[in-house]
Design a binder for this molecule. Structure first.
Ligand SMILES: [Zn+2]
Length: 304
């Protein structure tokens, strides 16, 4: 074999092949990625002490959250991503340390906002990553398991399926034909999403041992694993299928308390299907997601 190689011709050929390989499997196509970052599913998070400004470990965990986001960004860029938008999707929506993120991305902060945790999504994206996600309120297992509001909601269903925030994200982004390509969190959270969407890259940064307990990777190890999985996910981005839920879609929301359902029942577009549950039917997931932002955000005391 060796005898037949003409080295004078090989050099420019190798250069061209190398250039092509750099862009495979994207073959010159831009890859636009949305990275939604929650906090309960980060390596190390077990209680509210890591999750909000009053917790003794919160400031350090803002750094760890930013590290996991950066790991996802680095991996995506290494695989050829050309545009990245990061959505700060926890608590007050102002957790990520902006000065520690690269200059060539955009960040979505604070609430309310259309499409919530996956705000910014539209049909120009190629893939969505869910970093630091947690399991649903109807799951008996999972660290800090809840669905959108641990204080207010006991179930959120789409066409009779109880969904987690990750599953909800899959239906919203699926509306725009964009697949979930990576989900990270505890073992329970990633199983919920994987069982729902099928093929998806995952990183289990901790094993749930209870609502407030886990056997966890260190933040540094978690970030390292996320960087590798992110790169792999973007390299095989064509393998993932968007989740399609055909309309009309029934949204059933169960409240912990009695009065929200009583008040919402005054709306002609709402059915109170039991004492603690209301139903809204939307033509598609955009209509459902918009109504859900209203449910989460409206009070008569809004100021300014
Ligand atoms: Zn959260």
């Amino acid at each position: 074999m060796k005898a037949y190689i003409n080295y004078k011709r090989l050099k420019p050929l190798t250069f061209v092949t190398g250039l092509l390989l750099t862009f495979i499997p994207n073959l010159g196509q831009a890859q636009k990625i949305l990275i939604s970052v929650d906090m309960e599913g980060l390596a190390g998070v077990v209680t509210e002490q890591q999750l909000g400004p009053s917790g003794f470990e919160y400031q350090r965990f803002r750094q760890f959250m930013t590290d996991e986001a950066n790991a996802a960004i680095d991996g995506a860029l290494a695989a050829g991503a050309t545009e990245i938008v990061v959505a700060d999707a926890h608590g007050n929506g102002q957790n990520l340390l902006l000065e520690k993120l690269p200059e060539d991305i955009m960040v979505i902060r604070s609430w309310p906002r259309r499409f919530g945790m996956v705000a910014g999504i539209d049909d120009t994206f190629d893939g969505v990553m869910l970093i630091g996600y947690h399991s649903s309120t109807t799951n008996k297992e999972g660290v800090r398991a809840h669905t959108f509001s641990s204080a207010r909601l006991t179930d959120v269903q789409l066409n009779d399926i109880s969904v987690s925030e990750g599953m909800w994200a899959a239906v919203v982004t699926g509306h725009f034909d964009v697949p979930i390509i990576l989900v990270t969190g505890d073992d329970i959270a990633i199983k919920e999403v994987k069982d729902f969407v099928g093929d998806v890259e995952t990183v289990m940064v901790k094993e749930a041992m209870g609502f407030h307990s886990a056997k966890t990777m260190t933040p540094a190890a978690g970030a390292k694993a996320i960087r590798a999985a992110s790169e792999k996910a973007v390299r095989r981005i064509r393998d993932f299928k968007p989740y399609k839920m055909p309309g009309p879609i029934n949204l059933d929301v169960s409240y912990k308390h009695y009065r929200p359902t009583e008040a919402l029942d005054y709306l002609s577009i709402v059915d109170r299907i039991d004492s603690h549950t209301i139903r809204f039917t939307g033509d598609d997931m955009v209509a459902v997601a918009d109504f859900f932002v209203f449910l989460l955000e409206y009070t008569s005391y809004l100021e300014p």
